[in-house]
Structure formats: structure tokens, C-alpha cells
Design a protein around this ligand. Structure first.
Ligand code: AGP
Length: 606
């Protein structure tokens, strides 16, 4: 999704802005630009299509000076990928960057007859609207507030004008904006990672708020210009976490650091000696915990698959619990009904996914308790849920989600383990899950280190295929779905995840030598069933890779066995092999692993 940065202070704004945009590259974009105000109150604009390096080349030829500015990475929604459509946009005395979508921009554009529009964007219309209100001594803050009241849609904006040097006005509705409070400087960003290294103190704007930022800090107002007291919060994370730290790609770093980050997820939340789990955040009374009889888990993409896997664990742990796992983009528009004593787990790495956020709001309207399972601290979903828990996986930079998936599954499992205590759950089973959780980080580390080269070799063999089927049963079924998503989103191979028991109901018609199959087979009571379909697939020329924790003989073209005392949570271990396979196949195919084509790290628009 698009990224916003802003700066006002003593440093050269251009350097801070370009550095900040580089921090936001991982979110996905197709053009970028900055605008600065020099010490003679002259504004300068530079924009380019393509990567930040293109923008840097433009700035090398025409460097900008000045200690105030705004910058933007654009992921095209309204209007094609062109320099003219890139942000910042300029109209009269207004320079503006914008995340979000203005639904009534055409109607507003028709009113703004005195303006010639160079671009096809809704953003340029907003710049003109603000400029049209910025007359006759009206302050920039007032002009912005008056204009935003006309907007239908979502926005995160940063605006400056040569008429008010030293001032940047920001506002948000549905698209995050954070104000970093430095010493003699103030920074603005749509994502906290752009602020790391400058300050750890930030104001997270809420929907419907705007702020006037100067080098001395920020004043927050409602759109009716009532002054609001805003409490600065501490930004989590550090610069090292948003650097590759010697890895070729963020994706490999995030796969390999899962053991470390999982320690953070588990920290203080499990007691293997007592065989218990405990999450601090749900904010549920003992009575509420006892009354819960239904859990609905909401997410998109990998977050949805994490919820699907967690639902199997929860059903095993909590005797009288029913669960449903829903895709947010579907559920938000359904006429769904939830039993009174339901609780909704809202799963999101970024905490900004539009469909998931919309579901959260729909569920809250029904008076159902909502708990966030979120990674990004201070994100919109984290701020709007009734309670919940941060998964503490650290900033996840690569578009493909890996360490956050593992952390989300574990966090929801711990919620299930806690719930089980209130519902007569089998103490031995709770203890067994707790024991496995306590050794999961080291077992992930062992699995990754033991099999990393094997997966790299397999990738060389299978990278040439254009079709793949991922198959699994029981708790390996959500893993099959997740493995297929990982492969398709970074290698661009057509990959489908399927319940292996479903093969004979249709998909087996597909199989021929175009395909390779990845079977995840668990050493559990369904082992023989899980092998079902394998022989049929092989008989039709499918090339098969088996990922398993079983020691049994299995016929396959390639087999990767993990040796671990972990049984219940084996799907999580085996999934890390899928992550490596997808990574190395994408490398073999020469793809941009961290920023795959057409994808964004956080889908903040519908
Ligand atoms: C996963 O690898 C993808 N990047 C995507 O499916 C992602 O999981 C989905 O967009 C949900 O994002 P969120 O967890 O930030 O809400």
C-alpha cells in the first residue's frame, strides 16, 4: 500500500524523506515523489515512476534544499502508473500526499472549475479543494478541516504551503498516520518503521483527527477544530529489525528468525511446569471466559490460514466450543448472525487490512467482543478491538508473511489453552500443548538449519514447473493452503492448496506431468488416510514432494523428514519447510522476492 513520510526540523528534508520512503518500500509501490520547502519559502517537487532509486536519480540532477517536506510511495488505484499521477500533488499554494480513496472526487472535481487538473487522481482534486478553501486569511489547518468535511472515503494526508513555512498539517480517516516527536524536529509516517532511529515517541492519530506539526511538536484537533489532548506512545522495534542483517532478502531473514521472534510471542505466556498458558490482553472477565461458546476467527490471506489452523487446535482443547473461520472480504457483506456468547478473533499482521477492519466494525455493531491477534503495534485494528494480544513477531518487511503466521497461530493456540481452563478442558492435553510450545522455537531453529540446503536443492528441481498442488489433511490442510499461497505469491507458479481427501472429488482430473505436488503428511492417527491420493497422483505422472514427521516408508520423488519430539504442533514445523521451498523457487525464477509484482504488504483498500 502507499506510504507517507513528512519532516520538519533542522536536517535537510530531502535526505530524511528519501530515507523514510526506502523504509516503506516493502509495502509495495509503483511510483514515488517528494516535495520540499526551501529557506526562501520556495516549494520544489520531484516525482518518478518505478523504484526509489529512480527518484534519487532525479534528485541527483536537481537536489532540493530545505528543512520541511513530504514524500509518498504510490500503489496506483485512481489513474495509471505515470509521473503525473505520482504524489505529491500540487494545486495553487497546496502541496499534498494522500493514502486512501476519495469516493466523491468526481463530484468535487466538477465544482472546482478554476483548476486545471493534470492527473487522473482523486488526490489532486483534494489538493485543489483545500487550495480553494485556503483564501482570505484562512489558516492551512482551517482550510484542511473545512475541505475534509466534504470528503467521502478514506484518507491519510500530509499538506504544506509556502504561505505557512514551518508547518505541515496531517489528518487521517481510515488510513494510518503517525507523528514522530523528535528533539527540534517532527516526523510523519504512515508506518512506524519510517520513524525508527529518529525517535521512539509518537502520536498515533485517530480517525477524524488532524494535527498541526512544526519542528517543536504537534497539536491535535478534531475536524471541528476542538483541541484534543494526545498522549504520545512508545514505538516498538528497532532499526536492526528493519534491516536485512546480512541476509539477501527480508523474506529469508524473517523465515530464519522465527525461533527468536517466537520466544517473544511466548514470553511470559506459558508455564510448562504447571502445564498452563495465559494471554494478558483479552480483557475478558472470568464469567465472560466461562460463557464463551463460539469463536469466530476473521482474517485475509495468510492470517485466515493461521486462523484455520488455530481452530483445529481450539476444538481439541475446549470441549464445548464451536469455531468458525471466515474470509474477511466475504464475511463483511454477509448477513451473518453470531450467538450471543461469541468472541471474535480479528487476525492481522499489519492491523490495517481494510476488509478485516470492516469486519471488525460489523462484528462490534452486533455487540460481540472482539480480540485482536495483531503484529503491528498501534495499528488501527489493534486500537479498535475490545482487547487482544500483540503477537510480537517484530516488523515483518517482506510482503509474504512468514514469522507472523507462526506467531499468530501460537497466539490463538494460547487463547484456546487459556479458554480450556474455564471449560473443563483436559489438563493433560493443555499441558502437552504447553510443553510443545515451550520447545517449539528451538525445534523450528533445528528444522530450518537441518533442511535449509535440502529445500534449496529441491527448489532447483521444481522451479521450472508452472503448476503445483499442495495437499494435507486435518491440521496439515491449513498448512497446504498456506504453502500454496506462499509459493504462488512470490514464484508466480499457479499453486492450489487442497484437502487431500478432496482429490478424488475433482482435482485428481488435473494431475499430469505439468504438476508437482507437495504432500504434508503428519505422524498421527490419520497417517494412512493422509497418504490417500498420493498413489493416484503418482500414477498420473504427478511429481511428489513429501514433507513429514513420520518415520514410515512413503513412496515419493522426494521426501523431507523432520525429526522432532513435537507431534501436535508438527504442522507449524513442516510449514517452515514450505516457506523455504517457496523462497528458493522464487529465487530460482529470478523474482523480486520481497516485493512481488502486484502485491502490497498491507491491503488498506478494498
Ligand atoms: C500473505 O503472505 C500475504 N501477504 C497476504 O495474504 C496477507 O496475509 C493478507 O493480506 C493479510 O494481511 P494482514 O495480516 O496484514 O491483515
Amino acid at each position: 500500500m502507499c506510504g507517507i513520510v513528512g519532516y520538519v526540523g533542522k536536517k535537510e528534508a530531502q535526505d530524511v524523506l528519501v530515507g523514510g520512503l526506502r523504509r516503506l518500500e516493502y509495502r509495495g509501490y509503483d511510483s514515488a515523489g517528494i516535495a520540499t520547502l526551501d529557506d526562501n519559502d520556495e516549494a520544489h517537487l520531484a516525482r518518478s515512476v518505478g523504484k526509489i532509486s529512480e527518484l534519487s536519480s532525479v534528485l541527483e540532477k536537481a537536489p532540493q534544499t530545505g528543512h520541511l517536506g513530504i514524500g509518498h510511495t504510490r500503489w496506483a488505484t485512481h489513474g495509471g502508473v505515470t509521473e503525473t499521477n505520482a504524489h505529491p500533488h500540487h494545486a495553487g499554494d497546496i502541496y499534498l500526499v494522500h493514502n486512501g480513496i476519495i469516493e466523491n472526487y468526481k463530484e468535487l472535481k466538477a465544482e472546482l472549475k478554476d483548476y486545471d487538473f493534470a492527473s487522473d487522481t482523486d488526490t489532486e482534486v483534494l489538493a485543489a479543494l483545500i487550495d480553494s478553501n485556503y483564501k482570505d486569511g484562512v489558516s492551512l489547518k482551517d482550510a484542511v478541516a473545512k475541505s475534509l468535511k466534504r470528503i467521502r472515503g478514506t484518507y491519510g494526508i500530509a499538506v504544506f504551503s509556502p504561505k505557512e513555512p514551518g508547518t505541515i498539517v496531517v489528518a487521517r480517516l481510515g488510513s494510518p498516520l503517525i507523528i514522530g516527536l523528535g528533539h527540534g524536529e517532527t516526523l510523519i509516517a504512515s508506518d512506524a518503521s519510517a520513524l525508527l532511529g529518529y525517535t521512539r515517541e509518537a502520536i498515533y492519530l485517530n480517525d477524524g483527527e488532524l494535527a498541526v506539526c512544526t519542528k517543536d511538536g504537534a497539536e491535535v484537533f478534531s475536524l471541528d477544530l476542538k483541541h484534543l489532548d494526545s498522549k504520545p506512545e512508545t514505538i516498538e522495534g528497532n532499526v536492526e529489525q528493519i534491516q536485512k542483517s546480512g541476509y539477501d532478502h527480508f523474506l529469508l531473514k524473517e523465515i530464519m528468525e522465527q525461533a527468536t521472534t517466537l520466544h517473544n510471542t511466548l514470553s511470559g505466556r506459558i508455564n510448562p511446569k504447571l502445564g498452563k498458558m495465559h494471554l494478558g490482553g483479552p480483557n475478558l472477565t472470568e464469567k465472560e471466559m466461562r460463557d464463551i461458546n463460539h469463536v469466530v476467527i476473521v482474517g485475509c490471506g495468510t492470517a485466515y490460514y493461521a486462523g484455520l489452523l488455530a481452530s483445529y487446535f481450539m476444538e481439541q482443547l475446549v470441549p464445548d466450543l464451536t469455531t468458525e473461520v471466515v474470509i474477511a472480504s466475504e464475511y463483511r457483506y454477509r448477513s451473518f448472525h453470531l450467538p450471543k456468547n461469541s468472541v471474535a478473533l480479528i487476525v492481522s499482521q499489519s492491523g490495517e487490512t481494510a476488509d478485516t477492519l470492516a469486519c471488525l466494525r460489523e462484528i462490534k455493531k452486533r455487540g460481540i467482543k472482539t480480540l485482536g491477534i495483531v503484529n503491528a503495534v498501534g495499528s488501527t485494528i489493534a486500537r479498535e478491538v475490545d482487547g487482544g494480544t500483540y503477537v510480537h513477531a517484530g516488523p515483518e518487511i517482506s510482503v509474504a508473511s512468514t514469522k507472523a503466521f507462526t506467531a499468530q497461530v501460537v497466539a490463538m493456540l494460547m487463547f484456546g489453552g487459556m479458554l480450556a481452563e474455564y471449560h473443563g478442558g483436559d489438563p493433560k492435553l493443555i499441558a502437552e500443548y504447553t510443553r510443545e510450545l515451550s520447545i517449539l522455537p528451538e525445534e523450528i531453529e533445528k528444522t530450518l538449519n537441518t533442511h535449509r540446503e535440502t529445500m534449496e536443492q529441491l527448489a532447483k528441481k521444481y522451479a521450472k514447473y508452472d503448476d503445483a498442488l499442495y495437499l494435507g489433511r486435518d491440521t496439515a490442510y491449513p498448512i497446504a493452503l498456506e504453502g500454496a499461497l506462499k509459493l504462488k505469491e512470490i514464484s508466480y507458479i499457479h499453486a492450489e492448496g487442497y484437502a487431500s481427501g478432496e482429490l478424488k472429488h475433482g482435482p485428481i482430473a488435473l494431475i499430469d506431468d505439468r504438476f508437482f505436488e507437495v504432500f504434508t503428511i503428519l505422524d498421527n492417527w490419520l497417517f494412512d488416510k493422509a497418504c490417500g491420493g498420493l498413489h493416484e497422483v503418482r500414477a498420473r505422472g504427478g511429481k511428489t514432494i513429501i514433507l513429514t514427521n513420520s518415520k514410515a516408508d512413503i513412496e515419493a520423488d522426494d521426501i523431507v523428514r523432520i525429526d522432532s519430539p513435537i507431534k501436535l504442533l508438527a504442522p507449524i514445523l513442516l510449514n517452515t519447510l514450505q516457506q523455504l521451498l517457496a523462497y528458493y523457487i522464487a529465487i530460482e525464477r529470478g523474482n523480486d522476492v520481497d516485493q512481488p509484482r502486484n502485491l502490497a504488504k498491507s491491503v488498506t483498500v478494498e
